[in-house]
Design a protein around this ligand. Structure first.
Ligand code: NA7
Length: 540
């Protein structure tokens, strides 16, 4: 056994863990990270399926902490592909010499608060142990893939591929009969690529989703030059914005304009692509009637894109308000169904009964397949944290504390778990915003907090029950004012059987959230208890 004695143990070396290592090291703390993968990149390391691409623009979905980095790095397209994101992560690791602080191919199995020493004792699946004053979980919100328990899945004679754990070596699909289950963002991105390669592609759809073309295109030198010249101001704008980006929100209700004006605005936003569509008016995720107008507009686009009216009908979502599930951003998704080698199976009409050696049985008929692709989602936002045995004060287990829904203060700390931080934890804007910007804000806040503890002679910090209860109630009441809780989405935990149905991210906007976090820090960490080595607050 090797035990590293540290100030801070970081779990995960995706974009959150990488920046935590960099920033906390820069602040003079002894930091080490543990990462299950063989290299950096997190979600961009694992999701290597063809067509994997970020749904936020590259010039925004990137680190802002180093102006040299953002000036030097060249993005090639409006939305970065997975290989480009991974190359960027590798570049950052190289540039800031991060890998020497990270143990790869090592998975954390438990983290235990040792009250007498006031340290976190962290065990891994190798002979590495960590003992640290602080523990930062940077385990990501979409890092635990969910594989449905289809009867017979193990009997399938062909290959089963998970989009979220796609093989590193190239997968040959030419001449193969391929099936794909899942039509969320991952399915919608992979389907056009599978269709181009496979002899025949069968899409097994349970619930149709709203998807908007990303209008992806190469970035012109001129556009890049302009953004780079204004980067500091643009980043500041994004930090103060609602969603963590510079997408302009049209501050008008969809109900306040006439039909022509509305159609013009929707059309214009449709062509801007991606999330800009949801900002066509400022009440699309708040007002049912406004939302229905936007949903109808997209439904008409689906009808126009798909040749076969029956297929178009099956692809048309009707069970949730548009945007209440994260909108999908695609490249040629609906048009893919016009190809002669693509067929759609509606699992509501023909339920998936079993996977057999030869393929899939739906509604009593067999569909023969060589390859089955599962794009079936993630145990989002809490899955990575509840899979580790996190044991806090008085033997309390995080997974038990969260059994009825995740509870946290600011999505940063949990009462009962002193000195343990979660980056983009449930209760923070996290995946409801530009994730890299959210990560930077959390890491910077944690860095400021640890420096404050050091400067004031405090050794522990813990959220109070009252502050946490107030925050949880606030997160829920803000969510309840929106249409988000109306969907069965991973935001709600409702894609995982048995998971508590609670809206997980904070939908109050990143600008206001950042202000709140900063104010709390400025006021001496309101809602937290700070204590010195003798258990008392040195400042008191
Ligand atoms: P999602 O959005 O959770 O989509 C998962 C898809 O898999 C969705 O269409 C599900 O249908 C389908 N699914 C899940 N379980 C089953 C079973 N048992 N049978 C049939 N179909 C099933 O995950 P993604 O990976 O696509 O996207 C997650 C996020 O990653 C995305 O929002 C972006 O932010 C990036 P359902 O809707 O449950 O009927």
């Amino acid at each position: 056994m090797t035990t590293l004695e540290l100030d801070v143990a970081v779990v995960g070396a995706g974009f959150g863990g990488m920046y935590a290592v960099h920033r906390l090291n820069e602040l003079g703390f002894a930091v080490h990270a543990v990462e299950a993968a063989s290299d950096v990149g997190g979600v961009w390391f694992w999701n290597r399926y063809p067509g994997a691409r970020c749904d936020i623009e590259s010039m925004e979905y990137s680190y802002s902490f180093s102006d040299e980095l953002q000036q030097d790095w060249e993005w090639s397209q409006r939305y970065p592909t997975q290989p480009e994101m991974l190359a960027y992560a590798e570049h950052v690791a190289e540039r800031f010499d991060l890998r020497r602080h990270i143990s790869f191919d090592t998975r954390v199995v438990s983290a235990t608060w040792d009250a007498p020493s006031r340290r976190w004792l962290i065990a891994t699946d190798t002979d590495l142990r960590l003992s640290a004053r602080f523990c930062v979980f940077a385990t990501g919100g979409l890092s635990v893939p969910r594989v449905p328990e289809f009867p017979g899945l193990d009997d399938f004679a062909g290959d089963v591929l998970l989009t979220a754990h796609w093989p590193r070596e190239p997968v040959g699909l030419t001449g193969k009969r391929v099936g794909v289950v899942g039509t969320g963002s991952s399915g919608i991105q992979v389907i056009p690529h599978l269709a181009q390669q496979a002899e025949h592609l069968t899409v097994f759809q349970r619930t149709p989703n709203f998807s908007i073309s990303g209008a992806n295109e190469p970035l012109t030198a001129e556009a890049v030059r302009e953004i780079k010249a204004n980067y500091p101001a643009l980043r500041e704008h994004a930090r103060r914005s609602f969603g963590g980006s510079t997408i302009p929100i049209n501050r008008v209700s969809a109900l306040a304009v006439d039909e022509q004006e509305r159609a013009r605005t929707f059309e214009q936003r449709w062509h801007m692509g991606g999330f800009a569509f949801l900002a066509a008016f400022d009440d699309l995720t708040l007002d049912e009637r406004a939302n229905a107008l936007a949903a109808d507009f997209v439904r008409a686009k689906i009808r126009a894109a798909v040749d076969d009216p029956e297929v178009a009908d099956l692809l048309t979502p009707r069970d949730h308000p548009i945007g209440s599930k994260r909108i999908c951003v695609d490249t040629g998704y609906y048009e893919t169904y016009n190809r002669p080698n693509v067929s759609l199976v509606d699992l509501r009409a023909e339920p998936l009964e079993a996977v057999t050696a030869a393929g899939v049985r739906v509604g009593g008929r067999e569909i023969d397949l060589d390859v089955l692709v599962l794009a079936t989602g993630f145990d989002a936002m809490t899955g990575a944290l509840t899979r580790v045995q996190v044991c806090g004060r008085d033997g309390r287990l995080l997974r038990d504390e969260w059994a009825d829904g995740a509870r946290s203060y600011l999505g940063l700390m949990v009462e009962g778990f002193p000195n343990l931080f979660t980056i983009s934890g449930p209760g923070s804007p996290s995946l409801l915003s530009n994730a890299i910007l959210a990560i930077e804000q959390h890491v910077d806040w944690i860095g400021g907090c640890l420096a404050h503890l050091r400067d004031t002679g405090n050794v522990t910090i813990e959220a109070t029950r009252e502050a946490q209860d107030r925050w949880v109630a606030h997160v829920r009441s803000v969510a309840d004012r929106t249409l988000y809780p109306r969907a069965n989405s991973w935001y709600m935990g409702s894609n995982v059987p048995g998971k508590a149905r609670v809206f997980l991210p904070y939908v109050g906007g990143v600008g206001g959230y950042r202000k709140k976090c900063d104010e709390i820090a400025r006021n001496g960490y309101d809602g937290f208890v700070l204590a010195g080595a003798d258990g008392r607050t040195p400042d008191a």
